[in-house]
Design a protein around this ligand. Structure first.
Ligand code: G3H
Ligand code: 13P
Ligand code: ZN
Length: 311
């Protein structure tokens, strides 16, 4: 099976009350760990590549690695551009083998967001590629952009129908309380998703797939492991998995997870290096890192996304 778009995945996920995991990829071990987890549980998969990932690993390397994942597993896998910053980057990915792109105009004024998103949709659809847009602004860090909590803003449900109908997007990312990175809430804050906003959005867009960014839970076990082996990550707090499970049962069909993979990988490498100070073969510490990624993905598929057996 070649790379697929997310169209059927999202139709099935919406009807089935589950979500598909969209995991960020930057190198071979990360791709292998994710894919092995999804294969073991027969889950559909979205592998997503940020602007930073393309700069780090090279577009062609990542596409070929993802193609290898498709060839070796036979799973339905979509290759998605995460947070496309402009039309040119989206076009490069559409021309260069991606099956899905996000155009992130969420920091632009509303009409400018519509204009750039519509332009990407027209080009993408003419090439058989689907498009995710974004309305509302998440806090946190992604690529070189840092959005403070004060500058973030929830999606306004009264805008979503207008945005989707005027742009023609295939899915919509909304801001309902999640944020990027490992420091999503301050100690003492209530880490909650605004399910009420999600429900309002659903009423405006019945049957339409919604996307949640910034959906890592920053599982304390992994942060503790990093700190135990020389790291320093104080007050790292994510979004509880029970909150995400609720969202997946609603209209959320795609849940983006990157930070939890980074934490699992870093914890495994720190532990390995601390316990084996004389080792210097990268395969020795990258193998447990890959296994840790696989374990994290299996956990997400089973306990958060609910998409095991849905490939
Ligand atoms: O939302 C952003 C993702 O976590 C990707 O992060 O831009 O550092 O590759 P990155
Ligand atoms: P996290 O930082 O919560 O993993 O979010 C990832 C993301 O939204 C990628 O687009
Ligand atoms: Zn994101």
């Amino acid at each position: 099976m070649p790379l697929v778009t997310t169209t059927k995945m999202f139709e099935d996920a919406y009807k089935g009350g589950y979500a598909v995991g969209a995991f960020n990829v930057n190198n071979m071990e990360i791709i292998q760990g994710i894919v092995q987890g999804a294969q073991k549980l027969n889950a559909p998969l979205i592998l997503q590549v940020s602007k930073g990932a393309r700069a780090y690993a090279n577009h062609t390397y990542l596409v070929k690695l993802v193609e290898a994942a498709v060839e070796t597993t036979g799973l339905p896998i979509a290759l998605h551009l995460d947070h496309g910053p402009d039309f040119e980057t989206c076009k490069a990915c559409i021309d260069g083998g991606f099956t899905s792109v996000m155009i992130d105009g969420s920091s632009l004024p509303y009409e400018e967001n519509i204009a750039v998103t519509k332009k990407v949709v027209e080009y993408a659809h003419a090439h058989g590629v689907v498009v995710e847009g974004e309305l509302g602004r998440l806090a946190g860090v992604e690529d070189d952009v840092k959005v403070s909590a004060e500058d973030s803003s929830y999606t306004r449900p009264e805008e979503v129908f207008d945005f989707v109908s005027r742009t023609g997007v295939d899915s919509l990312a909304i801001a309902i309380g999640t944020s990027h990175g490992a420091y999503k809430f301050k100690p003492g804050q209530d880490p909650k998703i605004r399910i009420d906003i999600l429900e309002e959005v659903e009423k405006q867009l019945p049957g339409f797939p919604i996307v949640l960014h910034g959906a890592s839970s920053v599982i304390p076990e992994f942060v503790d492991e990093i700190n135990r082996y020389g790291g320093k990550m104080d007050n790292a707090i994510g979004i509880p998995e029970s909150e995400l499970r609720k969202a997946a049962e609603h209209a959320v069909c795609k849940i983006n997870i990157d930070s939890d993979l980074r934490l699992a990988m870093t914890a495994a490498i720190r532990k390995y290096m601390a316990e084996n100070p004389s080792h210097f073969d990268p395969r020795q510490y990258l193998a447990p890192a890959r296994e840790a990624i696989q374990g994290m993905v299996e956990h997400k598929i089973t306990d958060v996304l609910g998409c095991a057996g849905k490939a």
